[in-house]
Design a protein around this ligand. Structure first.
Ligand SMILES: NC(=O)c1ccc[n+]([C@@H]2O[C@H](COP(=O)([O-])OP(=O)(O)OC[C@H]3O[C@@H](n4cnc5c(N)ncnc54)[C@H](O)[C@@H]3O)[C@@H](O)[C@H]2O)c1
Length: 284
């Protein structure tokens, strides 16, 4: 989900992009979403946000390769956006380091994992950075830049400059669990889940509160469905692992939904049976 969104943003700002995934189907659906998805290039074209030339150029500048080495070979910047799993990301960082030019920045889009740990096994750690985009990256203006203990000032500055060049605002956070945005956003979600579990209010009313009372564009459950419930569960599990703080024990309901294949909005997660609102229907 995030890889394709980030690829599109860079392509629309004049960069050559190589997308890679171990799953061939993900590459195919990724390219299709970039062209025809709800925030894709063709949607921007029909809204007049891109000219036909810009749209054509953006689509032509994204290539895909199933081989990570080929995709990274000529890169100035590699952004890893694989599953939220520490060992997987550590391995990918090692593979990226051996494939990419030594001048390339190696970034992770991790939401919750420690950049220090992700970059532990590479040799030039000064060029490792967190670049945390928000969903949908085509629309959201924020990118958190995560500075690990080994990240150089030059890497932070280069990363921040790139973020500005693609029309977004960087904020810099230290490498602490949840950084800034997820520590705040997931705290809201955990409290919303407690309200639901304690039967203080209904799903709809909790979402409505945050939309009408605080002008949030989506309620906490709508946002979780939008993000993907499997991703949300992995993020909370990883915060719990990192902090050992019981406030991050994943809600039972979330785990149950993911186990039963309710992974969030089916328009965004193709294999999903639905999200909170659909699950509520079958539970009645
Ligand atoms: N979903 C969100 O809203 C969101 C927002 C910000 C950041 N993030 C972060 O972005 C990252 C990706 O999240 P997502 O929701 O896009 O996940 P996703 O499940 O949609 O995509 C992950 C992709 O990683 C691929 N992958 C797994 N192992 C691989 C390997 N060894 N080599 C190559 N590809 C591999 C999978 O095939 C899959 O296509 C996570 O770190 C997540 O925390 C997610």
């Amino acid at each position: 989900m995030m890889g394709r969104q980030i690829a599109q943003v860079f392509a629309q700002h004049g960069h050559e992009v190589e997308g890679t995934d171990e799953d061939q189907q993900a590459l195919k659906t990724g390219i299709d979403e970039i062209a025809n998805g709800p925030y894709g290039v063709n949607a921007s074209l029909s809204k007049g946000k891109l000219t036909p030339e810009q749209a054509g150029r953006a689509l032509a500048s994204i290539k895909t390769s199933s081989k990570l080495d080929d995709a990274c070979r000529n890169s100035d910047l590699v952004i890893e956006a694989a599953f939220e799993d520490l060992q997987l990301k550590q391995n990918l960082f090692q593979r990226i380091e051996s494939a990419a030019p030594s001048s390339a920045i190696i970034a992770s889009n991790t939401s919750t994992l420690s950049l220090d740990k992700i970059s532990q096994k590479i040799s030039k750690r000064d060029r490792a950075l967190g670049m945390h985009f928000f969903n949908p990256a085509q629309l959201t203006k924020l990118v958190e830049i995560i500075r690990g203990p080994a990240t150089s000032n030059e890497t932070v500055e280069r990363g921040s400059r790139i973020v500005r060049e693609i029309g977004k605002t960087p904020v810099v956070a230290q490498d602490e669990p949840g950084f800034i945005a997820n520590r705040l956003g997931l705290t809201l979600y955990m409290e919303a889940s407690k309200l639901l579990e304690d039967r203080v209010a209904s799903l709809q009313d909790i979402d409505t509160c945050m939309k009408l009372g605080y002008n949030h564009p989506m309620g906490p459950f709508e946002l979780a469905d939008f993000v993907g419930l499997d991703t949300r569960l992995r993020n909370i599990e990883s915060l719990y692992k990192a902090t050992n703080d019981s406030k991050w024990i994943p809600p039972k309901l979330l785990r149950e939904m993911v186990q039963q294949g309710y992974l969030g909005d089916p328009a965004r997660k193709k294999a999903s049976k639905g999200g909170y609102y659909e699950f509520q229907q079958i539970k009645r």
